[in-house]
Design a protein around this ligand. Structure first.
Ligand code: 173
Length: 317
């Protein structure tokens, strides 16, 4: 009996033949197989290929498995081990996260100039997580509309937002209504909102071209979708396991080189689908961009006065 117990304990502690292999549970805050989950799914495939015998990822899925605004907290509390999530979805736990959209430098540069290290430190402290990767630095956002304003002003319009767009929508006189992406289609269909914020890419994956008339120019900010690993899980990995994940993270960040071509084709597709650009010209556009930058930094600095100024300095805008 004693011998059987010992044998069982031994098997447990070593994990048998795959002594080293760890399996991480993963979720994404965007619908599965859509634009902002796709590259994370490729990352998972790569880890499962390169990490055999070391580390594997078990993909639980997207918003059907977990509401998007809960994903940050789920990584913090180790309900999941690894997640694909935008900072906009965890500003309740980390107000600085709303500033990441204002950092548009390539990740290769951010990893050299101290930005990655500082943003990682913030994740360690406030979200009990390790900042493994950031994607889509070169993809901007737009405000899409179903009513055409006379000038660059949203007075009288109800716009679906997340923290990404809230400050600029309100600064332009619009009424901001926060929803998860999963509620946007119905809100547009029922006229609960007159427009919404979303990146330049991805609306076709969600069918939103059917309920969208206009795209307001210019594009602004910088998409950030992060891969976060629970800090205790990260600390418990061996050097070899960390290397598998870190190498795959750099590979994932390098996929941003695909985005310029993607943006062009999505804009063409929007035009073909009858979505008309609304453009008030370069002078108005410049005013809009300056305002978008200023109101967002002011808002982040107000909510995170101790840390956001350093983020702004690193962002250089
Ligand atoms: O609009 C959103 O839901 C949002 O904030 C976002 C952030 C990054 C990528 C896509 C959407």
């Amino acid at each position: 009996m004693k011998r059987i117990l010992l044998a069982a304990l031994f098997a447990l502690s070593t994990g048998g033949a795959n002594a080293q292999e760890v399996t991480l549970r993963a979720v994404t805050s965007f619908a599965e197989k859509t634009q902002f989950s796709k590259n994370f799914e490729r990352f998972i495939d790569r880890v499962n290929e390169t990490g055999k015998g070391q580390v594997q990822i078990n993909y639980i899925g997207g918003p059907r498995a977990m509401p998007p605004f809960e994903v940050g907290n789920a990584v913090r509390t180790k309900v999941v081990d690894i997640a694909n999530v935008t900072g906009a979805f965890y500003t309740n736990l980390m107000p600085e996260a709303d500033g990441f959209k204002l950092i548009g430098k390539p990740m290769s540069e951010q990893r050299k100039n101290g930005t990655w290290a500082y943003v990682n430190e913030l994740h360690n402290k406030k979200l009990n997580s390790y900042y493994l990767a950031r994607q889509f630095h070169n993809v901007p956002f737009h405000i899409y509309l179903n009513k055409k304003p006379e000038k660059l002003d949203l007075t009288g319009l109800k716009i679906r937002v997340t923290p990404v767009y809230k400050d600029i929508v309100e600064a332009l006189g619009g009424t901001a209504i926060t929803t998860a992406p999963g509620e946007v289609y119905t809100a547009l269909e029922r006229g609960v909102v007159d427009g919404y914020g979303w990146p330049v890419t991805g609306i076709f994956d969600l069918g939103w071209e059917k309920v969208t008339k206009f795209r307001l120019e210019p594009a602004f900010y910088s998409v950030e979708v992060n891969v976060l690993v629970n800090q205790d899980v990260w600390n418990g990995l061996s050097a070899a396991q960390k290397k598998v994940l870190s190498d795959a993270a750099l590979w994932l960040e390098a996929l941003d080189k695909e985005n310029d071509a993607l943006i062009k084709s999505e804009r063409d597709r929007q035009t073909a689908a009858g979505i008309q650009p609304i453009d008030f010209g370069p002078a108005e556009g410049k005013k809009f961009l300056d305002k978008a930058n200023d109101v967002a930094w002011q808002s982040v600095i107000k909510r995170a006065p101790d840390t956001a100024p350093k983020l702004r300095q690193l962002a250089g805008n």
